[in-house]
Design a protein around this ligand. Structure first.
Ligand code: CA
Length: 645
């Protein structure tokens, strides 16, 4: 069990050579090992390139334990005696400088001699194990401590003592495995080249524990390392010095032993093997801050991770800003899973997102990212909706910066915005504005069919059944007008089936029937006979026309008959021309039927008076309504030409 302590100097050098070879090999890898896999930065000596602090480095003297050295040292170097064995000799290259060492100052007595070596790191690192190679006999009592909070609190990793119960009141881990104290590495022999080795994880844990698990990191992580040399011991005088002690190093030791035997502790090498802390998400680290670049040597283990797997932070301890769709996890060093961070779907409208446990749960454990600061007028967990006052552009994709376009609502036809709202509002998908009553169109810009008077109060319903002039509200009363719809661009075409039901057809034919005036049984008309053209002249009719009856309409208060004028034989104040006009039978109002009878489809000779004021052509009981014949036409034309003058 004590074979470690018996490692010779040659074996120690071989170990260092293997480590160095490993470092060279791992740093020259061209293909990233992080692709779809847990990865780790190269392992190196954390003490390399860094300043070790000791009592002697603050002008070490024998009274350090009465007035401890105030780390970090502030003593001007000029005031100190030249230190021929500075702490840096513990971290120099063991191949280039095989015989350099640090030596502590001498105490009043060997037993009281204490010293301390401290390594302050600028960030969190992981240390797997450390090795001390002593030039002096190894201490009779020693402690190795670490801090993970930059020196605020300390934890002892291991105590070393010849007699654990005597020195520390603890059992020896030889007799009680797992004890904090051990008697390993405490023998004074070998007097030179004796090693002390500390493994941060015990061999069983090192094999079974995922190195990126919280349990492992709790053991491996540190910001400061402290070696307390508590009790020195002298080399037992060899009764028969071994003949093998003839190496140059050993002869150097022997030759200088007389002059430097006062140094109770002397250390060739301090090796703190470790890496920067990256949670399995990086294979390289760079200097923690730029000021370090100037004094960084090639063997130095830097502290800031170059993160892969969409992680971020000095230690890849969080997800990159846009990759928080699931919570951050360390990689798994046992299975090799990289456990990368997942990108949030923000449709190119956000540059960061955060993880929401609630969103994660509601998605059934598939997505928990919530986009932050959605741009381009979008809102929503995924920036997938348009914000108030904007609506989706009908043709652009959602990830376009112009996917949301501003609502345009006609202020006259739209409902006013509510207090506190900025700008007009429309439906976020369709862009439909909220219209006032009777108003139509996506931007509420015109009246619905059957409404009129677009303005601040919306549009009013037409007074007549179907349609009216959209500006004046005047009823458009012909059948044909009903069929003309002012369909807005982008508006909805009115439901024609609805507008013209069978019922309407029935109503129309009934109107025709009632007003067509062929209910001869209802009214007994004493029709005026036309015996000669003189009859026309006698009565002094205002108008005499040849016309065919197109239709007749019951207007409630009166009847209106549409005729097509074929020939104007005489006209009064109203200028008549060929074409469709209306004539008004008066007898409908007074008698409920119209005499003389005007049958649609028939062609008549019509003569009657004009209504004063309106200029309407009237049909009275004195009117002439005679079915037209060519002979009659000839007769009347001739009579009017000759007799009515
Ligand atoms: Ca050295």
């Amino acid at each position: 069990m004590r074979e470690f302590s018996m490692l010779g100097k040659g074996r120690h050098r071989m170990l260092l050579a293997l480590c160095w070879l490993f470092l060279v090999l791992t740093r020259s890898g061209a293909v990233s090992r992080c692709v779809d896999h847990a990865c780790s930065p190269p392992i190196g000596n954390l003490a390399s390139g860094r300043t070790l602090l000791t009592h002697s480095s603050c002008c070490g003297n024998s009274s350090f334990h009465r007035s401890p050295c105030p780390y970090p040292t502030v003593t001007p170097h000029a005031l100190c005696p030249i230190d021929t064995h500075p702490p840096a000799h513990m971290t120099d290259d063991p191949f280039l400088h095989p015989d350099t060492w640090w030596a502590s100052g001498a105490g009043p007595t060997e037993q009281e001699q204490q010293d301390e070596i401290r390594l302050d790191l600028e960030s969190h690192f992981c240390m797997s194990h450390m090795v001390l190679v002593f030039r002096s006999p190894r201490p009779a009592a020693m402690a190795i401590d670490r801090s993970a909070d930059f020196g605020k609190t300390w934890e002892t990793l291991k105590l070393f003592a010849h007699n654990c119960s005597e020195e520390f009141g603890l059992p020896d881990d030889f007799t009680q495995p797992g004890s904090l104290c051990t008697s390993r590495y405490t023998s004074p022999t070998p007097c030179g080249g004796g090693e002390v080795i500390l493994r941060t994880l015990d061999p069983f844990s090192a094999k079974t524990l995922d190195p990126y698990s919280p349990e492992a990191l709790a053991r491996l992580t540190l910001t400061n390392l402290r070696i307390r040399l508590l009790k020195a011991q002298s080399c037992p005088v060899p009764l028969h010095p071994p003949a093998a002690w003839t190496s140059p190093t050993d002869s150097a030791l022997t030759s200088t032993s007389s002059t430097e035997s006062a140094a109770p502790y002397a250390i060739y090498t301090l090796l703190a093997r470790g890496t920067c802390l990256c949670h399995g998400h990086a294979e390289n680290c760079v200097a923690y801050n730029s000021s370090q670049d100037t004094r960084q040597d090639s063997n130095m283990v830097s502290g800031r991770c170059m993160c892969a797997h969409h992680t971020a932070g000095d230690h890849c301890e969080k997800c990159a800003p846009l990759y928080n769709d699931r919570s951050w996890r360390p990689a798994n060093g046992s299975s090799g899973e990289s456990n990368p961070c997942q990108k949030c779907q923000c449709h190119a409208h956000a540059e960061r997102c955060h993880f929401s446990p609630r969103a994660w749960l509601s998605s059934g454990g598939t997505s928990g990212g919530v986009c932050d600061d959605c741009r381009h007028n979008t809102v929503g967990r995924r920036c997938q909706r348009c914000r108030h006052g904007y609506h989706r552009h009908p043709s652009l994709p959602l990830n376009s910066p112009h996917a949301c376009t501003r609502c345009w609502c006609d202020p006259r036809g739209s409902l006013p915005t509510r207090p506190g709202e900025e700008g007009p509002w429309c439906h976020p998908r369709s862009g439909q504005c909220p219209c006032r009553p009777g108003v139509w169109g996506a931007s509420c810009s015109h009246c619905q069919p059957g409404h009129w008077g677009f303005g601040e109060e919306g549009c009013r319903p037409c007074a007549c059944p179907h349609s009216c002039d959209p500006i004046t509200g005047q009823c458009l009363d012909s059948y044909s007008n009903n069929q003309v719809f002012n369909v807005p661009i982008g508006g909805k075409i009115p439901d024609l089936d609805h507008m013209f039901t069978l019922e309407e057809e029935v109503q129309w034919s009934k109107e025709l029937a009632v007003s067509a005036l062929h209910y001869t049984g209802k009214c007994s008309c004493k029709e005026k006979k036309l015996r000669s053209a003189l009859d026309l002249c006698k009565t002094k009719h205002d108008y005499v026309i040849k016309a065919s009856v197109l239709s007749a309409h019951d207007k409630g208060s009166h009847a209106e008959v549409q005729v097509k004028v074929r020939k104007v034989l005489r006209s009064g104040h109203v200028a008549l021309s060929l074409g469709t006009i209306s004539i008004y039978p008066l007898s409908w109002t007074s008698r409920g039927c119209t005499c003389p009878i005007l049958n649609p489809g028939m062609e008549y000779l019509l003569a009657g008076p004009e209504e004063a004021g309106t200029g309407r052509l009237l049909v009275t009981m004195q009117s002439v309504v005679v079915p037209w014949t060519p002979r009659l036409g000839l007769l009347v034309s001739e009579g009017l030409r000759n007799g009515c003058t």
